[in-house]
Design a protein around this ligand. Structure first.
Ligand code: SF4
Length: 205
């Protein structure tokens, strides 16, 4: 059993929070476990809970389309959520649930070791930069503990508000140049700062 399989197995048997009580299936994540890009959403919805896979409903179709628009398949990246079990009626995850599940999220980040983490929506962005406004910060890559965090709107937000779609498409277009710039950085480059002031941030946009 690989270390990744071990994480999946631990999630499958997890009862660390009450979301375990009504789930159909756990939704650990999917994609390449050696991906340079990790997408982190919020929580599984109905379809994800039924299938045990992340982003397979309407919002998942948006994500798949946006990936295809920049020449990527879902199997080229790793996709997961902040919590691995579905909240009832698709409510927002509670802070206690986010905290309980952070063990798995942190383990996945450490094991997959992505160059760029794309946060989809406010909950995953809040894990790295608490209290920041996603509408103000989206599209701005920030360094965090040796990685780049790249915040975007959640694809579901564009279903509720189609006017957000151009911003999401624009952020996707800038994703691959960001990954390439991070990969090209020398190993001792200063990407370990929690946050660089705007004038020192990467000169991508
Ligand atoms: S949401 Fe996370 S912490 Fe809560 S039961 Fe599911 S796997 Fe465990």
């Amino acid at each position: 059993m690989t270390d990744y399989d071990d994480i999946v197995k631990q999630i499958a048997g997890c009862t660390r929070c009450s979301l375990s009580e009504r789930r159909t299936r756990t939704v650990p994540g999917a994609g390449s476990t050696s991906a340079d890009i990790m997408f982190i959403g919020e929580a599984p919805g109905y379809n994800e809970d039924q299938q045990g896979l992340p982003f397979v409903g309407a919002a998942g179709n948006v994500l798949t389309d946006l990936l295809a628009g920049i020449g990527l398949r879902r199997s080229d990246v790793y996709i997961t959520n902040m919590v691995k079990c579905r909240p009832n009626n698709n409510r927002d995850p509670l802070s206690s649930e986010l905290e309980a599940c952070s063990t798995y999220m942190d383990a996945q980040i450490g094991l997959i070791n992505p160059k760029v983490i794309v946060t989809l929506g406010r909950f995953s962005f809040g894990k790295f930069f608490p209290g920041r406004s996603i509408s103000r910060e989206r599209g701005k890559p920030r360094s965090w503990r040796g990685r780049m965090i790249y915040p975007m709107y959640h694809p579901a937000a564009t279903l509720h508000n189609p006017r957000l779609r151009p911003a999401l498409e624009n952020d996707f277009r800038n994703l691959l140049p960001l990954v390439e710039e991070v990969i090209a950085m020398p190993p001792d480059a200063d990407v370990a700062d929690e946050e660089k002031p705007p004038e020192q941030q990467m000169s991508l946009f």
